[in-house]
Ligand binder design. Structure first.
Ligand code: SME
Length: 159
C-alpha cells in the first residue's frame, strides 16, 4: 500500500513533501504511463481545490490526453490552442488567473475557473504537459508554479 498522506499547511513544505513522495513513487519504475497515473493520483490527493489534474502527451506535435483525475476531458489539443496548447507551443508555464479571460481557452469542464499548465521537457524535447484546473478563480500563485515546475523536473525523468 502506498500511503502518502501529506498534511503540511504551508505551500513550501507541501510541495517539498509532494516532490519527495513523487520521487519515491516513480523510483525504479520505467513505465511512463504508470508513473503519470500515479503522479496524477498523488497530486489530486495532495493539492486542495482542484477539479482536474493530469497530463497531455506530445504525440507527433499534437497534445493527446494522458492519465488524469477528474472528469472526462478533451482528447486532442493542437499545439497553440487553449492553455495547454500554448504551454506546449511556447514551452512556457501558463498560470491563468481566470480561464474565461484566456483567448481560446478550451472548456473541458465548465467548473474550471483557473488553470496551471507546466511543460515537461527532457533532452530538449517536449514530452508532455502537466495540467491542473481549479474551480476557484486565481487558485494558483507563484509558489504553486515553482512547486509544479519542480514536479515536472522529476516527471521529465520518469515518463
Ligand atoms: N482547459 C484546457 C484544456 C484541458 S482541460 O482543462 C482538462 C486548455 O484550455 O488547454
Amino acid at each position: 500500500m502506498y500511503d502518502h498522506k501529506i498534511s503540511a499547511t504551508d505551500k513550501l513544505t507541501l510541495y517539498r513533501d509532494l516532490a519527495a513522495a513523487l520521487e519515491a513513487l516513480v523510483a525504479g519504475e520505467p513505465d511512463g504511463v504508470a508513473n503519470m497515473a500515479n503522479a496524477a493520483a498523488l497530486i489530486w490527493d495532495t493539492l486542495p481545490d482542484l477539479n482536474w489534474a493530469g497530463f497531455y502527451r506530445n504525440i507527433d506535435s499534437e497534445l493527446v490526453l494522458g492519465p488524469f483525475q477528474g472528469r472526462a476531458a478533451c482528447i486532442r489539443i493542437p499545439f497553440g490552442k487553449g492553455v495547454c496548447g500554448t504551454a506546449a507551443l511556447t514551452r512556457t508555464v501558463q498560470r491563468v488567473y481566470d480561464v474565461h479571460a484566456f483567448p481560446g481557452h478550451i472548456a473541458c469542464d465548465a467548473a474550471s475557473n483557473s488553470e496551471l499548465v507546466v511543460p515537461i521537457v527532457r533532452d530538449g524535447l517536449l514530452i508532455a504537459v502537466l495540467d491542473l484546473d481549479s474551480p476557484s478563480t486565481g487558485r494558483f500563485d507563484a509558489e504553486d508554479e515553482a512547486g509544479c515546475v519542480a514536479l515536472s523536473g522529476i516527471l521529465a525523468r520518469a515518463i
